[in-house]
Design a protein around this ligand. Structure first.
Ligand SMILES: CC(C)(COP(=O)(O)OP(=O)(O)OC[C@H]1O[C@@H](n2cnc3c(N)ncnc32)[C@H](O)[C@@H]1OP(=O)(O)O)[C@@H](O)C(=O)NCCC(=O)NCCS
Length: 268
């Protein structure tokens, strides 16, 4: 088994409570190969196969397939359950939930190159988690940011305005991933007022940042880290602040699609 996948499994086995970010690079998945695509999609339940096949573009189809396989992989390892025994439910606005385990919480997000999973095994059943991955390439120019001014509080707007054009895009993406990870945490998705998720003034995340906020009565911790070498995509996680000392950087395991598929095939 490949080293990184094995180190993720070892990590889950050596700790009772743990959290990790798993990522797959969709562009490097090899899914443009029709044979691999066919082989991989058969690892999904039929309703999920249908979800993948009805997404709009070829790229979206590959992303949706990576997303669902990563979900099965992560939930199976975390709950020590075979993929066929996993059962899911979803929240009112579509937040996916693992029904077959109370201790495993997860959240998924698709970016411009990576699909990511935030996976937590916690003894606290009230734990909630959210994740978002956002990319600088989602924004074409700093001017485009003005179109989104309605989603920012005045403190946030002031923070973005103070940046030069280059860091303005990075700051916008950073705020966006913070806000969206919070909507994934609560499970409303975009059915909420983004402006009311007020992060206030923040410093631009350079490599990694961790901030604690009180939002709508929820005490939450956000962690953000850029994941590509060119600092193009930022992953932000959001979880309940249950203790004061969880500012430690969450490990990211960037797995290869091939290793994940091999692992899942060998389970069947
Ligand atoms: C959730 C939402 C914010 C995702 O936005 P996005 O930028 O396209 O998506 P991301 O790539 O970051 O995340 C997508 C993943 O988030 C998860 N997700 C979907 N809805 C979610 C929710 N309400 N809360 C948390 N996570 C959710 C899913 O795993 C989804 O992956 P999938 O589409 O492959 O199943 C947005 O689609 C939304 O607001 N959805 C609400 C949908 C809705 O109103 N549904 C009606 C009732 S079901």
């Amino acid at each position: 088994m490949a080293d990184l996948l094995q180190s993720f499994i070892d990590y889950t086995e050596s700790n009772q409570s743990w959290e990790a970010i798993l990522a797959i690079n969709v562009n490097e998945s090899g899914l443009h190969d029709e044979f691999l695509f066919e082989k991989a999609i058969r690892l999904l339940p039929l309703t999920w196969q249908n979800h993948v096949l009805t997404t709009r573009s070829l790229y979206d189809r590959r992303t949706a397939l990576c997303n669902r396989l990563l979900q099965i992989f992560g939930c199976s390892v975390a709950s020590k359950t075979s993929p066929k025994s996993l059962t899911y439910t979803c929240g009112r606005y579509g937040k996916p939930i693992l029904a077959s385990s109370d201790s495993v919480k997860f959240s998924m997000s698709n970016g411009s190159t990576h699909t990511v999973m935030y996976l937590v095994n916690s003894l606290n059943n009230n734990m909630e988690v959210g994740v978002d991955i956002a990319s600088k390439t989602d924004i074409k120019s700093a001017d485009e940011i003005n179109l989104f001014e309605d989603i920012f509080s005045s403190a946030e707007q002031a923070c973005i305005s103070r940046c030069d054009d280059r860091s303005k895009i990075a700051m916008f993406i950073y705020y966006w991933s913070l806000k969206e990870s919070y909507t994934k945490f609560t499970g409303t998705g975009l059915n909420c007022e983004l402006k009311a998720i007020d992060l206030g003034a923040i410093n631009l995340c350079q490599d990694f940042s961790s901030i604690k906020r009180q939002i709508h009565g929820n005490s939450v911790i956000f962690q953000s880290q850029w994941i590509n070498d060119d600092l193009n995509e930022i992953v932000t996680t959001c979880q309940n602040s249950l203790k004061d000392d969880c500012f430690e950087r969450t490990c990211i395991f960037i797995l290869t699609f091939k290793d994940m598929i091999n692992y899942l095939e060998n389970l069947d």
